[in-house]
Design a protein around this ligand. Sequence first.
Ligand SMILES: Cc1cc2nc3c(=O)[nH]c(=O)nc-3n(C[C@H](O)[C@H](O)[C@H](O)COP(=O)(O)O)c2cc1C
Length: 345
Amino acid sequence: MKTRITELLGIEAPLILPGMSWISTPELVAAVSNAGGLGILASGPLTPDDTRAAIRRIRELTDKPFGIGVTLLMPGAKENAEVALAEQVPVINFSLGKGDWLVKGAHKYGGKVIATVVSEKHALSAQAIGADALLVTGHEAAAHGGDVTSLVLVPAIAAKVDIPVIATGGFADGRGLLAALSLGADAVAMGSRFATSKESPLHSNTKQAVLERSEQDTIYSKNFDGLWARVMKTPRSVKETRRPMNLLVAFVEASKAARIVKQPIWKILLGMLAMMDKILLLAYFGASVPRLKAATIDGNLDKGVQFIGQTQGLIHDVASVDDIIQRTLREAETLNQTQSALWQK
Ligand SMILES: Cc1cc2nc3c(=O)[nH]c(=O)nc-3n(C[C@H](O)[C@H](O)[C@H](O)COP(=O)(O)O)c2cc1C
């Protein structure tokens, strides 16, 4: 199947694995790229040395294009992005920050840059700095989606920009792919769906919890990590998001988290001082790390909190990546033919 995104990125299927911390590991990235989509490595929990090793591991597992995700607001992200440029990673996906230097760096070796956006304003700025494509994240998404649903946000942005759009938030099967293409997107990124695949390192308890829950069972709150974020509804997450975390507790937790993500605390502190207005945000963000790890890695939903999208109501099995990609393409094609036939009548 050919779209502007498959042509731009040199892939066979317009299906993308977004960079999800602790989930989009070299193995899952390579599985998606080998199956014809584009896998994007999550660099959030990685040091620059880890990032370099992960990129090299992906290259051992696949010779297909792949990407790396960098959340520029976070401590250590700039250094990871510099490693990605030095290693000439084919696709760099940045969010929450200014990516003009990434565009310049990647274009020097023929790399492509995708900017993650949740509004028209940011979409236009990303296009102006030379981003090659946009990852447009709707309200349905796991983690940090915007406040407008994909059904409206994707066509609104697609109509305003010339560069290709990848829709994310609410897409988990062929129906979603066909709908996204109709809305003006050129591909979809499926977070919750690929996180619940056989090859995903998401703990089996948490995969099972996704299968048992419906589209109703998520919470969208600013009280978890300081940004509006969607998490799985569990007794623990209901409790965690009832009110904002106390700043002192958040700071102590963030210091612990700094050790977990192997970032020196002075870096976190410097980052905080440099951006006083971001203090709370960084503290909350850091404080959320142990809860996310407990759910994602240990499968402990009594202690942990899991990012998940409304698409959990559309996920009914733990299938292989190849199966997910093939049946998504087949379903979209069959549906397209059925719908075209309707117009003949
Ligand atoms: C378990 C999980 C972890 C995620 N972690 C991150 C992350 O570390 N950084 C990020 O930018 N997005 C993260 N996301 C969000 C995805 O990039 C994407 O925006 C989202 O999954 C799209 O919505 P969907 O789940 O409906 O496909 C995560 C999503 C999931 C399901």
